[in-house]
Design a protein around this ligand. Structure first.
Ligand code: URA
Length: 205
């Protein structure tokens, strides 16, 4: 069994948050390629995810699938997970104590997968990697630290509730391939790609 599968097994039996452990149907550790270049991090499982034990399988997940295919990829090519691995009762916001308790699982997933790019979906995940920033200001922008690109997006569910965000989310998604190409070793790049400079700031930290 791979180290990531072992980690996911450990996550399945987590009892760190009593309320979440008592109320969940299934834990939702994450899903996708163990060597994914891109890791999408959402907020917490909703009703559908709690039933199935997989991330982003409800309406927001259907939109995320569309977004992923808009850049020529499939769900199996990326890794999808959440800040909190259990559904908060009534889909309430995750509590700071729950986010803190779950953080070590996410950190270990990142260590094992070693993604080249972390895409935050929504404000809870953004807050971890872009502390103090506002999603309306930084969505669609990236910074690079220790060879990892951090890229902030609105949560796909936000676009389902607010139609005007749909185009914004779709346009932000299309920035991902050039950002990855730009970060690739120069020898791997086509000449026209080398001209691109998609990073809009040095660092958001
Ligand atoms: N919303 C999230 O943030 N994560 C999911 O897995 C599903 C919906």
């Amino acid at each position: 069994m791979s180290a990531l599968s072992e980690l996911c097994q450990d996550i399945l039996t987590c009892q760190r948050c009593q309320v979440l452990a008592e109320n969940r149907t299934k834990v939702v550790p994450g899903q996708g390629a163990e060597n994914a270049d891109i890791m999408f991090i959402g907020e917490a499982p909703g009703w559908h995810e709690d039933q199935q034990g997989q991330p982003f399988v409800g309406p927001a997940g259907m939109f995320l699938n569309e977004l992923i295919s808009s850049i020529g990829l499939k769900r199996e090519d990326v890794y999808i997970t959440n800040v909190v691995k259990c559904r908060p009762p009534q889909n309430r916001d995750p509590l700071p104590t729950e986010i803190h308790a779950c953080r070590q699982w996410l950190d270990r997933q990142i260590e094992l997968i070693k993604p080249r790019m972390i895409v935050t979906l929504g404000r809870y995940s953004m807050a971890m990697f872009f502390p103090g920033k506002s999603i309306s200001k930084i969505h669609g922008t990236a910074y690079k630290k220790d060879n990892v690109i951090y890229f902030a997006m609105y949560h796909p569910a936000a676009a389902l509730h607010q139609q005007s965000l749909r185009q914004v989310v779709m346009a932000d998604m299309l920035k991902i391939p050039p950002l990855l190409a730009e970060a690739a070793p120069v020898s791997d790049l086509k000449p026209e790609v080398k001209q691109l400079n998609m990073f809009e700031g040095q660092s958001h930290e």
